[in-house]
Design a protein. Structure first.
Length: 332
């Protein structure tokens, strides 16, 4: 628990540093914000008793600390100089003057030393953030290129299988076609899910596009595939890929077995919160299966069971319903 709190605090600090970094990239706005902080320090100082100040520069330290964070080196220098002059005039004896003496010189020297350390430290952080941002952008570009190459290679394999399918024996043609469609689905999902523009897309939208692709590939226009999913349900890429492949197999299985002789029908894919888990349902209004029939021993169902295990879920078949229904619960 303590580690979780610490990670949360580090996440908040990182977010604040990135926001401040964005402000530092707008020099005029950063300098204006720094100047406003110095003025706030002055307004906080004026009502205080000046006859015996215990801590000089007290009300100006926030501006000195935040100035370089918000305005960069220029903002830091501006905050240090203005705060130092105002504190010298208001706090250091003789008051309301710039009279030089040894105590004043020592106080100003200590202030300048600490302020210079703060400005330098923030500048070093800024340089490191720039370097990390550049490395992240490079990593994202390389990763995007890698995923693009993987998707292209899968698509090439799919095309090769399509070529083999034309020359294959009738008994092997169906198996080659299924393998080709699976590779094509994985390639399309890989390209979609790893696209940075789709990182925050709701799961329902991903499944909706997947179902449209499956129905179009199977040339099953009389059959409607409808997706019912909460608009606020989102998953990271890895579990979303596994979930999409499960839906692909179950919907493909329904298209293949539930509607003989090109009959019209409906397949409904649902995803909803179920306590601390997610519940996936895939059901159709087709011919159905016997309650005593085995869950399935084909390649498609083995793929589904393997992916279900990967998600830490449990798969079951609905009974006593029209058509066929599969349900899978898995952790959020």
């Amino acid at each position: 628990m303590i580690r979780g709190v610490r990670d949360g605090q580090q996440g908040v600090l990182t977010a604040l540093l990135l926001e401040a970094r964005a402000l530092r990239r707008r020099p005029m706005l950063g300098l204006a914000t720094t100047l406003a902080l110095v003025l706030l320090g002055l307004l906080a100082r004026l009502p205080l008793d000046t006859s015996d100040p215990e801590t000089p520069f007290l009300t100006f330290w926030p501006a000195v600390v935040l100035g370089p964070l918000l305005g960069g080196v220029q903002g830091g220098v501006l905050a240090v100089v203005l705060s130092g002059l105002l504190a010298w005039y208001l706090d250091l004896r003789p008051e309301n003057s710039f009279g030089p003496n040894l105590p004043v010189a020592l106080a100003l020297f200590a202030y300048a030393l600490v302020a210079a350390f703060i400005v330098s430290f923030v500048h070093i952080i800024d340089i490191q953030l720039d370097r990390l941002a550049q490395e992240r952008e490079l990593y994202e570009e390389l990763f995007k290129d890698l995923q693009h190459r993987v998707a292209n290679n899968l698509q090439i394999l799919s095309s090769l299988l399509q070529s083999q399918e034309k020359d294959a024996e009738p008994s092997a043609r169906a198996a080659l076609r299924q393998a080709r469609l699976r590779l094509s689905t994985v390639a399309n999902l890989n390209r979609r899910l790893y696209d940075p523009r789709n990182q925050d897309v709701p799961v329902g939208e991903v499944l909706r596009r997947l179902c449209d692709d499956i129905v179009a590939s199977a040339d099953a226009s009389p059959i409607e595939c409808r997706v019912e999913a909460g608009a606020d349900i989102r998953l990271s890429t890895k579990p979303l890929l596994a979930l999409s492949l499960i839906v692909n197999e179950l919907v493909t299985n329904a298209l293949k077995h539930a509607f003989p002789r090109a009959a019209a029908g409906t397949i409904v894919v649902g995803l909803a919160l179920d306590g601390d888990q997610l519940l996936l349902t895939v059901k159709d209004d087709g011919v159905g299966v016997s309650d005593e029939a085995p869950l399935g021993a084909g390649l498609g169902m083995r793929i589904v069971e393997g992916l279900t295990s990967q998600l830490g879920g449990a798969l079951e078949r609905g009974v006593g319903t029209r058509g066929a229904e599969f349900r899978m619960r898995f952790p959020k």
